[in-house]
Each structure stands twice: as C-alpha cells, then as structure tokens.
Design a protein around this ligand. Sequence first.
Ligand code: NI
Length: 227
Amino acid sequence: MPFWGRVGVVAAAGTAAGAAWWYLREEKERRRRARRQEELRTLALGQGDFQLVDHTGRARRKSDFLGRWVLLYFGFTHCPDVCPEELEKLGRVVELLEQEDVRKGTQKGTLPPIQPLFITVDPERDSVEALARYLRDFHPRLLGLTGSAEAVRAAGKAYRVYAQAGPPDASGEYLVDHSIILYLLGPDGLLLDYYGRAKSEEHIARSVRHHMDTYQPLPMPTQGQKK
Ligand code: NI
C-alpha cells in the first residue's frame, strides 16, 4: 500500500474509533439521564401535596405553586441562629438571581419567577400571626406556611424532613432539632435539587440558574388518556 493510502486507513480507523467512543459516551449520558428521571419519578419526592395556611391567613396547596420555581426551607421561628441564617441566605439567592437578570441586560422579569417558601416544623408556636411577624425581617416575597400539627408533619414527610422537639426548659421554651436543607422544586412541582447548610448563596444561585437553563419538563404519565 502506498504511504498515503496507509495513512488514510489509519485515519479512517481513528475516526471510526472516535465515533464509537463518542457514541458510547452519548449513550452512557442518555442512560444516566433516563435513570435520573426514573429515580425522580419513583422517589416522587415533593410530589406530596401540602395543605397549609400562609402568613396572611390564606389556604395554600402545593399545586398553587405549579408553574413557578420554588425554593423551600423547613424551620421554626424560635430557632436561635441556623434558621435566620438560612432564611437570609435564601433571600440573597433570590436577589442574586434577580440581579443577574438585570446584569445580563435582559428585561427584569425574564427569568422564571422564583418563589421562596418557609414551612414551619413547629406549628404549635408558629401561628399565622407569629409567622407574619417573623417574616418581616426577610425577603419581601418569602411566604411562610403553617397549619395543624398533622398537616405540617405530612408536608415535611413528603420531603423527608427530620424534626424533633427537644425537652422544654423551666420557662416552657424548647428547641426543635431539624434538617437544614434548601429544596429546589421545578415548575412541575418535582424536586430538582437540594442544598445543605455549607452551600453558599453564590453556589445555590448558580445551580438554580443552571437548572433553569437546562430545564425540561418531566414526561409524566398522562392521566385519563384515551386508548
Ligand atoms: Ni433552625
């Protein structure tokens, strides 16, 4: 075989190997995505519909927030430092996303609206009035939710929130030990991501933005479909 012919064969073989490698990588990625979606569907985390009351006294179900991005945090208003810190961080994440919208020169409001939510794990003390008072210190759009002990427990259970009230002190005050996680729900109400206490507001805002940019509604099984 003349020299250039051999080079051609080698190059062709190289291209074929490259294409095969590329195909395998794509296939692996496709399978990973499919598996992830299947996991989300099976776990159905966050699909539990809550029935609570917001800090203005209005009844709220999770389905009221469909179509909106939601950042959700569970805590209690008597929490000495962790909850205030996390709620401030939540507010700053929302601000960062709004600022980015402005910085990019896009019209304000072109980013999908994001709803910050706070659900109490201490309904006994966190009445509608207590929530309304407490939330004045945080983001103006932060919505607080409370309800009966049962409704609050059901809401937390859907997100596998841990909450355990400690023993009361001499004046009857007590702390509630609880998980410290910020949940991101997509417009179809499914959990898309969650962030622990160590994640900075910049990290969370970047991640939320990434989810918004790459969001594809989950293909949900259609109900009542005609055969
Ligand atoms: Ni707390």
